[in-house]
Write a new protein. Structure first.
Length: 479
């Protein structure tokens, strides 16, 4: 019955005489320097005229009433008026700007409201930025395509409108607006506690052996047990891709920010496949090529452990780092910003700032230090391991007044890891392995909460946790 209602809803929308997605509205920001898609629904074969920024475009709806066109690229500026005319209907959107549009995706740490962060009240009080615009999509589930989301609104950034908005999104957008001098649109499309597979389409999941059979059933008729009013997306892969994201595609964007993975940590090895699959899926559906996709690596969390041991959160961080193999991607490492007793670190400004550094490099092509040190290699010199790094920026830095490094563990052929001491020498780290017979494997920050890590580059970005071994972890084979 629910499937039938969804089909009737979809059919009714297709046959509607006049429908424009809610992402087109007063106060919106359109992506500068990009062919901007505009679309909607009208009567079959109806002629549609779109006028914007001194130009007029014409298109005819197809036999089902859908129409789409792309407006010419334009530089940043505004305010403009977007006018759409049909045979009988006419819609005008006011206060439209051209600038940069960023999508904010993921789970609760991306969703986390500005009012609940460190210095949140002070940030809200000064959040009067007329050229920052906030687009918020209401929670909605669907297992099949829908034309539009039930609830979504654009608003101008004010202390009142931003208080419950994504803190990371706001801080990122504020820095972008102030440094680039352009209008910024933030598409807030996320849901706390969600899994990566609920944000992935059927087309993509049908290629993965762990999901192909299940999601294939979604396309063949009613799905037993699915109730969108239940508001529980995780049992239903694809449910938020179709329920919240796809109706906004292909609205022009500069890139996407993503903060998610906590809910997939128990299946970290599988995340090595699911996360890049989702990114490629979004890019394919958007049709904008390999647009910039930046994410936050999981923070340190849970009680610190006295001895080295395996960790599903460490394996999830590794899966995130491996995804950097995709083009135009970047990662903000916040292994120094977590809280042992709270999965939601309250310092969202640092998170946003590190994402912005990555955006400067990946999205804007600026020659900046955008990453902390990354493991490069190691060489044994007697009882010492010399460890070298890429992305040291203007130099490696150990945050310890005596110069002692922390967080390194080494194992021999018995695969049992032991903490080791070390020191800095230039841009290398020298580790004392005199107590370990035949040292084979090195790990750094390999824990749920490695709370004493202290290696950075001089730009203040932390060393990315890593391991040199490929021994199967505790999430290997979990589905």
């Amino acid at each position: 019955m629910i499937w039938l209602l969804s089909l009737l809803f979809y059919t009714t929308m297709v046959q509607a005489e006049w429908l424009l997605p809610k992402v087109f509205s007063d106060h919106m920001v359109l992506q500068r320097d990009l062919e901007v898609p505009v679309w909607g629904w009208a009567e079959p074969r109806e002629r549609i005229q779109v006028s914007f920024n001194g130009k007029t475009y014409n298109v005819r709806a197809d036999k089902e009433g859908k129409w789409m066109l792309k407006m010419d690229p334009s530089p940043a500026g505004g305010p403009f008026t977007l006018e759409i005319k049909g045979k009988k209907d006419h819609k005008t959107f006011q206060d439209v700007w051209l600038g940069d549009v960023w999508l904010l995706g993921g789970q609760s740490n991306m969703e986390w409201a500005l009012k609940n962060t460190n210095q949140g009240e002070d940030s809200i009080a000064t959040a009067d930025f007329p050229q920052i615009r906030l687009f918020e999509v209401g929670r909605n589930l669907s297992l099949t395509p829908i034309n539009d989301v039930p609830v979504a609104t654009w608003s101008v950034c004010t202390p009142e409108s931003v208080a419950n908005f994504s803190a990371i999104g706001y801080y990122f957008g504020k820095q972008l607006h102030l440094e680039k001098g352009v209008a910024v649109g933030l598409l807030d499309i996320n849901w706390g506690g969600t899994l990566v597979e609920v944000w992935t389409s059927h087309d993509a999941l049908s290629t993965h052996p762990d999901f192909a059979e299940r999601t294939g059933k979604y396309q063949s008729g009613p799905v037993e047990g699915f109730d969108p009013s239940d508001k529980r997306p995780n049992p239903w892969p694809t449910s938020l891709f179709y329920g919240m994201l796809e109706p906004v595609i292909p609205f022009g964007i500069k890139g996407a920010l993503w903060y998610q993975g906590e809910s997939n940590a128990t299946r970290a090895y599988q995340y090595r496949e699911l996360f890049p699959l989702m990114i490629q899926d979004w890019r394919q559906h958007w049709g904008q090529g390999d647009f910039p996709f930046l994410w936050v690596q999981l923070a340190n969390f849970k009680a610190p452990k006295a001895q080295p041991e395996d960790s599903d959160w460490a394996e999830l961080r590794e899966a995130q780092t491996l995804t950097l193999s995709l083009p135009n991607t970047g990662q903000a490492v916040i292994i120094d910003r977590g809280e042992a007793n709270d999965i939601h670190p309250r310092d969202k400004w640092t998170v946003a700032n590190r994402l912005y550094r990555a955006a400067e490099k990946v999205a804007y092509g600026k020659d900046v230090v955008y990453s902390g040190p990354v493991y490069k290699g190691m060489q044994r010199e007697g009882n010492t391991l010399r460890v070298s790094f890429d992305h040291v920026g203007s130099g490696l830095m150990v945050s310890d007044k005596y110069g002692y490094v922390k967080g390194f563990a080494v194992a021999g052929s018995d695969r049992k890891f032991h903490w080791v001491k070390g020191r800095q020498e230039g841009n290398d780290i020298l580790l004392d392995v005199s107590g370990i017979a035949n040292p084979l494997a090195l790990r750094y920050g390999w824990a749920d909460n490695p709370d004493d890590l202290n290696i950075y580059n001089r730009e203040g970005l932390p060393l990315n946790p890593f391991r040199t071994d490929d021994w199967p972890g505790i999430t290997y084979g979990k589905k």
